[in-house]
Design a protein around this ligand. Structure first.
Ligand code: C5P
Length: 396
């Protein structure tokens, strides 16, 4: 998948920079065209001559060549690239990238890059564990950058811990996987429901739930990265899609979500129902705020909301794929499979509430995928972004 791809390899000043020669070599072996951009510090660790010999292109390190005055355009480089990979990425460069400190050619190119960016951190275990590193990496994730997590192992300091740059072979694998995914859903229309629904009681109160929409929006990003045309029908949330191509139709209540889904369904190839839809809504919505002094206790009469997933399942065409989510507190697998059948789904993703770090409002999730053909796949606890990419990879 890397044949003919234009890849910027950014190198920063860490010991692991010597491994980047292998990374460049492997990328070129796969048919990629590589342009190396180095920070001034990186040149202390590996010589530009090695890298320009491998890539067949002069290494870019300064804004201009001192003796000729030739200007190196970070904007042109940013437009040329199909991907940018920064390996090793030091704590300092990660901090600069997170905060827009464009004081060298590498960070300036990063800020101009339109292509996906992959960051392979490498640093000592204490630097890696520092809250500022964690915060800066979170910022990069929020910009849609892909973090290639460092491995555990012996570090240059001879200490053992987390901070070793991922091996060049694995970095190439991540890039290759990214470009293969990009083709997977090309030309497909994907509809995703996300977030909670709010069922109004009066003008200031509602019945809702703790869903944040993180999982639904992570799925939207993953589907967009796989080349799909993605629409999210979203309940009230504070999250945003990282991928600019994702379209969002905001709704508030289950009935509004139902109407929007029914309208969009015929045009959709794949529908993922990730929203936590309220099962019931108040029968009467008060026009004015219900006053406390007028009531001793209170009973709110509720009526059943439509089951959107089941409604779509009942009119699903054979060429459409319908995926649901399940959140269970008991007999998890049994209940998930029952819902898969009852709603005529092709696949159901069971969120485990039993695992710490999974479920609502967390950044991680642990899910098991059940398919209509009886197959079952349990994924490990991982970030919602990685969970989403795995779900998208397993759609069928
Ligand atoms: O039945 P239960 O609510 O557990 O089913 C969960 C699945 O059904 C999820 O995919 C959820 O988005 C969907 N659902 C729905 N409409 C409802 C309730 C749930 O689409 N009213």
């Amino acid at each position: 998948m890397l044949k003919g791809k234009h890849i910027i390899v950014g190198i920063t000043g860490g010991i692991a920079a010597y491994k980047t020669a292998t990374l460049v070599r492997l990328l070129i072996k796969q048919g990629a065209e590589v342009q190396v951009v180095m920070t001034p510090n990186a040149r202390e660790f590996i010589t530009p001559v090695t890298l320009s010999a491998l890539t067949g292109k002069p290494v870019v390190s300064e804004f201009f060549t001192a003796n000729t005055g030739e200007w190196h355009s970070h904007v042109d480089l940013g437009l040329w690239a199909d991907a940018m990979v920064i390996a090793p990425a030091t704590a300092s460069t990660i901090g600069k990238m997170a905060n827009g400190v464009a004081d060298n050619m590498l960070v300036t190119t990063y800020l101009s890059a339109k292509a996906p960016v992959f960051v392979a951190p490498a640093m000592d275990l204490d630097m890696m564990a520092h809250p500022s590193t964690a915060r800066n990496l979170d910022l990069l994730r929020s910009y849609g950058n892909h973090i290639i997590e460092p491995a555990e192992g012996e570090l240059a300091s001879h200490l053992v811990g987390r901070g070793r740059m991922e091996e060049p072979e694995n970095i190439v694998r991540v890039l290759d996987g990214f470009f293969s995914r990009k083709q997977r859903l090309a030309g497909k229309k994907v509809l995703i429901t996300a977030g909670p629904t709010y069922e109004r009681i009066d003008p200031v109160r509602f019945i809702g739930n703790f869903s944040t929409g993180k999982m639904g929006y992570a799925l939207a990003d993953a589907a967009a990265r796989a080349g799909a045309d993605v629409t999210v029908i979203s309940g009230p949330v504070n999250v945003k899609a990282s991928e600019h191509s994702v379209k969002v139709i905001p709704v508030e209540s289950a009935c509004q979500m139902y109407d929007a889904c029914v309208k969009a369904f015929p045009e959709s190839d794949i529908v993922i129902m990730c929203a936590a839809v309220a099962d019931y809504a108040p029968v009467d919505v008060h026009d004015t705020k219900i006053k406390r002094e007028n009531t001793e206790g209170m009973t709110i009469e509720l009526k059943r909301n439509p089951d959107i997933a089941a409604a779509l399942g009942s009119v699903k065409r054979p060429d459409q794929l319908l995926v649901g989510f399940a959140l269970e507190t008991d007999h998890e697998a049994e209940n998930a499979v029952r819902k898969l059948k009852a709603k005529n789904l092709d696949m159901i993703v069971l969120n485990s509430l039993a695992v710490p770090g999974a479920g609502f409002a967390t950044d991680t999730n642990q899910v098991t995928i059940f398919k209509a053909d009886g197959s079952e796949l349990s994924l490990p606890l991982m970030s919602k972004a990685e969970t989403a990419a795995n779900i998208i990879d397993n759609l069928s």
